[in-house]
Design a binder for this molecule. Structure first.
Ligand code: GLN
Length: 281
């Protein structure tokens, strides 16, 4: 499919049709809604309305970027997670639906947490876990850590956007936390092994490499987080980790080896063991 003509003025309908042929109807529509500021319904009822020249130029440029593989979320700067809208930039991983399982696992045990539970999100990225948990558990005190200053900036914006109070620290896993202890630790760390062909597929080449892969066997960050957890959990505290489709057994073994109990894994909507959790003593 050749690039779209940029000279003749396009109305909403012709713009949508031309873009759909290049990037598919759904993404074309979402980009057109984004650029025109119109709802899906308005695109239909006002189909004959022309785009302003700068809107048209912007739309066509975004369609080309999408056609080149850039994820939609980076083009619009928005992604949904657990029913909430989050700001995303290329400094952070785009939220994945399977990560909602981590939220569900945490919420499922939240009755057992103390009233003002101390919650820690390691490698917060866009802040989806920290912000969603803070939103769902308004009495909890949520702390979030990320090694990337760019990520912290995005996560902070998301916490402000959702009106929740999260304490942010930049640093390597537990390093910025001194001796602080928590009732619940959650993490979706980089767990894709270096050289995994998935890293070159789909939108992944556009995402921060350091959020996807540990540069090693895929278990390096999970190992480090599990090894450090006993020094940062209260007795009876819980740890929940997202991991790769083939890592559940290894993660359970690491948790058992470290002395955790009630070690178990949960399956995501694709029936893949995706989250493992355990209780500290
Ligand atoms: N689930 C992500 C993917 O494969 C990886 C996320 C991560 O490493 N934490 O696209």
């Amino acid at each position: 499919m050749p690039p779209l003509p940029s000279l003749s003025p396009l109305n909403l309908e012709t713009a949508l049709r031309a873009a759909s042929a290049r990037i598919g109807r759904l993404d074309a529509r979402l980009l057109l809604e984004f650029v025109s500021g119109k709802t899906h319904a308005a695109l239909i009822t006002q189909a004959g309305e022309f785009l302003a020249p700068e809107q048209q130029a912007r739309f066509l440029a975004l369609v080309e970027r999408r056609a080149a593989g850039e994820p939609l979320a980076y083009l619009t700067g928005e992604a949904g997670f657990y029913g909430l809208a989050f700001t995303v930039t290329p400094a952070v991983l785009i939220p994945r639906p399977e990560t909602e399982l981590l939220v569900e696992s945490a919420l499922a045990i939240s009755d057992a947490l103390p009233p003002s539970a101390e919650i820690l999100d390691l490698g917060t990225g866009s802040g989806i876990l920290a912000v969603t948990l803070a939103k769902c558990l308004p009495d909890a005190r949520v702390t979030a850590v990320d090694a990337s200053a760019g990520a912290i900036e995005v996560a902070r914006r998301n916490s402000e956007r959702h009106g929740v109070n999260v304490r942010f620290h930049q640093g390597h896993w537990y390093a910025p936390l001194d001796a602080a202890r928590f009732d619940l630790i959650v993490s979706n760390p980089p767990y894709v092994a270096a050289g995994d062909p998935h890293l070159e597929r789909g939108g992944l080449p556009f995402e921060p490499r350091s959020a996807l892969t540990d540069g090693g066997d895929g278990l390096a960050c999970l190992r480090e987080i599990i090894a450090g957890a006993p020094r940062h959990l209260h007795p009876g505290g819980m740890l929940f980790l997202e991991h790769g489709y083939d890592q559940a057994e290894a993660v359970r073994a690491l948790l058992l080896q470290e002395g955790f109990r009630e070690v178990r894994s949960q399956r995501d909507l694709n029936a893949i063991e995706r989250v493992s959790g355990a209780c500290w003593k």
